[in-house]
Design a protein around this ligand. Structure first.
Ligand SMILES: [Zn+2]
Length: 235
């Protein structure tokens, strides 16, 4: 699949990455998420919430001398809990209110949910409760893979051993890995997407690839191959 990129050439000042002739070149390992955040703001701006169209504050506002608060956040259209990848195609600027109330909903579910905003009559309250119950069931079926949870066109089938991982761990597997392992045991599927570059380098999904390595050694699994991204960060 193709990553959505700004339609002009540029290089980040700190040299993390460069866009040239419709290709993204990544120069620093481990910087993929940061690059996705920056690109999303470049493509979609920082000024308006994707969901409620409210204008967003972009300057940092000082609160109680120490903490900083900004109204702009990035929302995953397909929620991360259902394997929504952190790539520009799946990220949109959103106000923190929309982002937190959307939670694990898909955009169309969130639209439906918003209809209950401000309604306090009894009938609406009952309807809202029914909506939430139905949503919970749907989400559970999604976790079991009984209904599709991701945008199928984004995925290709690939063998894990064909992916280059250019870093390795020196510590015992962490909390994130344990969490993903639990998910795998419960639902018999990989919880997060593996994202790789055109030249087959791992960009995102390190824990998932470990989990996959132990469980799908010779089987093809669904991963995202970004055909217009090239990884240059190898030694
Ligand atoms: Zn909003």
């Amino acid at each position: 699949m193709k990553l959505i990129l700004p339609d002009y050439d540029f290089k980040f000042d700190d040299g993390l990455a460069e866009v040239k002739d419709g290709m993204l070149y990544i120069y620093k390992p481990g910087s993929f998420k940061e690059i996705m955040y920056r690109l999303t703001y470049m493509i979609y701006g920082k000024n308006e919430c994707y969901f409620c169209h409210r204008k967003l504050r972009t300057n940092m506002l000082e609160l109680d001398n120490s903490k900083y608060f900004s109204q702009v956040t990035l929302d995953h259209l397909v929620p991360q809990d259902f394997g929504g990848p952190t790539i520009t195609n799946n990220l949109r600027p959103a106000c923190s209110d929309c982002n937190s109330s959307k939670g694990n909903m898909y955009p169309d579910e969130f639209e439906e949910y918003k209809k209950f905003d401000g309604k306090k009559d009894k009938a609406s309250k009952i309807e809202k409760k029914q909506f939430k119950n139905a949503l919970r069931l749907k989400q559970e079926r999604r976790r079991f893979g009984e209904i599709e949870s991701v945008n199928e066109e984004w995925y290709s089938d690939e063998l894990i051993r064909n992916i280059y991982v250019n870093f390795w761990i020196t510590e015992p597997l962490g909390v994130m890995y344990k969490k993903q392992e639990r998910y795998f045991k419960n639902y018999k599927r990989l919880p997060k997407p593996i994202v790789i570059s055109q030249n087959r380098f791992l960009l995102d999904g390190f824990n998932t690839i470990l989990l996959g390595k132990y469980n799908f050694e010779d089987k093809k699994i669904k991963i995202i191959i970004l055909e217009n991204v090239y990884f240059m960060g190898f030694p």
